[in-house]
Write a protein that binds this ligand. Structure first.
Ligand SMILES: *Cc1c(COP(=O)(O)O)cnc(C)c1O
Length: 516
């Protein structure tokens, strides 16, 4: 026997003391942490607290906590026992749940009007729990069979509203709209500049540098993607917007021509179907015509407003969507499922595989069989990926389209109503006609002097947040601060909006008084 064999045989040989202690440890684990009955008991504690939370219809927004106070509170809930597995302290479990709930934006309350994530449909949350327990990361069919099949089903369901050729298009889920935008832009770049993937930017040699054209109001993730792709933010061509903050179609050709004169090669136009700031819809149909004529990839960032497709009354906002090359759609916004859940569609299935080219024998097969044909890993960046589609599918499967369409229509209607209310109030300024469920405006009392109080809107917004009753957001419109509300919850009605206006006036007066 040589030295090496000696060592390895010693390594696997356990003495009786070690054997005993391993068995003991395993028993301990099974007795407590993994005990199914204990799971049930814990789940009941959680469910009953969540039930109370959902039943609370009081008006509340966000109680912003000092982070150092919260840090301390969280630390105090941690066990000091680390030598043996601590026994579960149910009281602490309850306290952690309460703290978690209390410190969040109260998405289920009518006071929450500030962000684009949903007050989720509770059944979707229950499904999220199942996904966590059965743990089926879904980039590969073998690990997530139902999720991968269901992705195909949902792709076909939603394609009814898009209208691509069945069998030719494809859809993949991603962890958020930002990643979907990055993935689509990568597919576009690799399609138009195929050598960059392997050779890097030096493949371009003396070619014009790749550039993309986006609205002045595009989401920051698009510009970030341009940076990540090595295209460079300086190669972004900004397309001017009109009064309604949509891409101004008359100015697109001149902007593209000017870019070409400056030696840029625009290979992709990104249009928004619902901008983040005001929910404006760019003219997809007309942009598609220009894109086709110039052989430019058209990507639609429908992270926010893609959901309007499910409504017969609102679908026209995305007229021309079938002409797009790719389309990102966040279901965790207006489809009311837990974040993240994003669907990225491609008109042409082949192009979706262009985003990534990888060989990895431990996961990828050279020749797909009936199983691996359903893998999504070739199309998404994530390796271990949450089965994102399940929450959405189960709602769609059990309740059907109307659950979403009705809620979306109500929220868009409510937003138009709120806009009408503002129009009649002389001390409020409207900034756009709402196309979806986002509304931006300013409070301008007659005794406000902008030169004295330039960030008045932001100050109002922050004070509202401090008081905790309502939660709204802010945005710069033409470089000047504005208040922004996003209606994501059907429990909000016009009276809640009127209460918000009352609150804004009250706080505005207080702020002006304090500034004097
Ligand atoms: C929210 C949003 C994004 C980003 O999506 P995430 O899911 O938050 O990553 C991108 N574009 C638009 C228009 C959005 O509204």
């Amino acid at each position: 026997m040589n030295m090496r064999d000696n060592r390895s045989s010693k390594g696997v040989c356990l003495d009786s003391f070690e054997k005993d202690s391993i068995a003991e440890k395993r028993n301990e684990l099974y007795l407590d942490v993994f005990d199914p009955q204990l799971f049930r008991k814990n789940a009941e504690i959680v469910i009953s607290r969540l039930e109370k939370y959902l039943a609370d219809s009081s008006i509340r927004g966000l109680a912003l906590t000092n982070p150092s106070v919260l840090l301390q509170a969280a630390k105090e809930m941690m066990t000091e026992e680390h030598e043996v597995i601590a026994s579960l302290d149910e009281e602490k479990l309850g306290a952690i749940i309460d703290l978690y709930i209390k410190t969040g934006i109260q998405v289920h309350s009518p006071g929450s009007m500030g962000r684009q994530f949903s007050g989720v449909i509770p059944l979707a949350g229950i499904f999220d729990l199942i996904s966590s327990i059965v743990n089926q990361p879904s980039s590969f069919y073998e690990a997530g069979q139902l999720p991968n099949v269901v992705e195909r089903i949902m792709a076909d369901e939603f394609n009814r509203f898009i209208g691509w050729e069945p069998g030719r298009f494809t859809m993949v889920t991603t962890s958020g709209g930002s990643l979907a935008n990055l993935t689509a832009l990568l597919a576009a770049r690799n399609d138009r500049f195929p050598r960059i993937w392997s050779e890097g930017m030096c493949a371009l040699e003396r070619q014009s540098p790749p550039a993309i054209a986006v609205s002045e109001d595009a989401h920051y993730s698009v510009c970030r993607a341009v940076g990540i792709l090595g295209i460079g933010e300086e190669q972004i061509v900004r397309l001017p917007i009109n009064q309604e903050r949509q891409i101004c179609i008359e100015k697109v050709r001149p902007a593209l021509e000017e870019a070409a004169e400056r030696g840029m090669k625009v290979f992709c136009i990104v249009a928004s179907a619902g901008t983040t700031s005001v929910g404006a819809f760019d003219p997809i149909d007309e942009l598609a015509e220009i894109a086709e004529e110039k052989n430019i990839w058209l990507h639609i960032d429908g992270a926010h407003g893609g959901s309007l497709l499910v409504s017969d009354k609102l679908r026209h906002k995305l007229k021309g969507i079938e002409k797009a090359d790719s389309f990102a759609w966040d279901a965790h916004k207006m489809m009311f499922v837990p974040a993240p859940c994003t669907l990225l569609f491609y008109k042409n299935k082949e192009k979706s595989y262009g985003a990534f080219h990888q060989d990895a024998s431990y996961v990828f097969e050279k020749e797909p069989d009936i199983y691996t044909e359903f893998d999504s890993a070739g199309k998404n960046f994530e390796c271990t990926k949450r089965p994102l589609i399940m929450n959405l599918w189960v709602l769609w499967a059990l309740y059907g389209k109307a659950l979403f369409a009705d809620k979306i229509e109500y929220l868009c209607q409510l937003t138009r109503h709120a806009y009408q209310i503002l129009k009649e109030e002389p001390d409020f300024e409207t900034l756009h006609q709402p196309e979806a469920n986002i509304l931006c405006f300013r409070y301008l009392p007659s005794n406000l002097r902008k030169s004295v109080f330039p960030d008045f809107q932001v100050a109002i917004r922050n004070r509202i947040r401090e008081e905790g009753k309502f939660f709204i957001s802010k945005v710069d419109i033409d470089g000047v601060g504005a208040l922004r509300v996003v209606f994501m919850n059907h429990q909000i009605d016009v009276d809640h909006f009127r209460m918000l206006l009352y609150e804004i006036r009250k706080i505005g007066h207080e702020l002006l008084k304090e500034a004097m």
